[in-house]
Design a protein around this ligand. Structure first.
Ligand SMILES: O=P(O)(O)OC[C@H]1O[C@H](OP(=O)(O)OP(=O)(O)O)[C@H](O)[C@@H]1O
Ligand SMILES: O=C(O)c1cc(=O)[nH]c(=O)[nH]1
Length: 213
């Protein structure tokens, strides 16, 4: 695990964004941990989140023309990341987000912000089954743009429909790179190193055995 990954896990636990307990996921699975990006709920916390994404994008993302944050939780992530790319990396990139329900008055449509054109980089919080990410692809394609890649905070490393992880299935099916700031393995490694979370560690290992790729 790199220092920035340890720092990210600490940052998320410190703000109660990464929590341990019993949580029902969109997939219906009961998970012993949950990443609630909505918990970055002050300006400074959101700026901190944006710094992690902007650094990951600068180091690892493919070339892109527009940053897209899927509704809902991808929206503040895309905004905070665009701000940090401009402030700390001297890159003033266009960014936009989608509405979950199309608007038929005013500017109309489902995309708000910069028009989707060229290569589009998706930023979202978490990939579990990959369903949420796949649902955004038609929005990119309908705009005549091309998906460049995907960057998330957490790759939960859960099995997809077969033996591959959901993220590997997304890579294979969409043919684009998927980068995560941290994976579930990093979270487990952090729990092991910290020695303070033994009960969570047992539950996390059991969950990885059951659902991990
Ligand atoms: O990989 P998946 O199995 O699809 O699950 C992960 C996604 O599910 C949640 O979003 P949700 O669809 O609940 O939307 P939200 O951003 O409005 O909370 C979460 O924010 C991830 O984006
Ligand atoms: O799979 C999900 O629904 C999910 C997992 C997680 O850790 N965080 C989240 O917001 N959604």
């Amino acid at each position: 695990m790199h220092d920035y990954q340890r720092a990210f896990v600490e940052f998320a636990i410190g703000h109660d964004v990464l929590r341990f307990g019993s949580f029902t996921l969109k997939s219906g699975r009961t998970s012993p941990y949950f990443f609630n990006a909505g918990g970055f709920d002050t300006g400074a916390r959101l700026a901190g989140l944006g710094r992690f994404y902007a650094a990951a994008i600068t180091e690892r993302a493919p070339a892109f023309d527009v940053l897209l944050g899927p509704a809902y939780k991808g929206i503040p992530i895309a905004a905070a990341t665009a701000v940090q790319l401009a402030e700390a990396h001297d890159r003033d990139v266009p960014w936009s987000f989608n509405r979950k329900e199309a608007k038929d008055h005013g500017e109309g449509g489902v995309v708000v912000g910069a028009p989707l054109r060229g290569r589009v980089l998706l930023v979202d919080d978490v990939i579990t089954s990959g369903k949420a990410i796949r649902e955004v692809v038609p929005i990119v394609e309908d705009a005549g743009a091309e998906l460049a890649g995907i960057v998330v905070a957490v790759d939960r490393q859960e099995r997809g429909t077969g033996e591959l992880s959901a993220v590997d299935e997304v890579r294979r099916d969409l043919g684009v790179p998927v980068e995560a700031i941290v994976t579930f393995d990093h979270v487990i490694e952090y729990l092991e190193e910290s020695g303070r979370h033994d009960e969570h560690l047992q539950a996390a290992r059991a969950y990885r055995d059951q659902y991990g790729a």
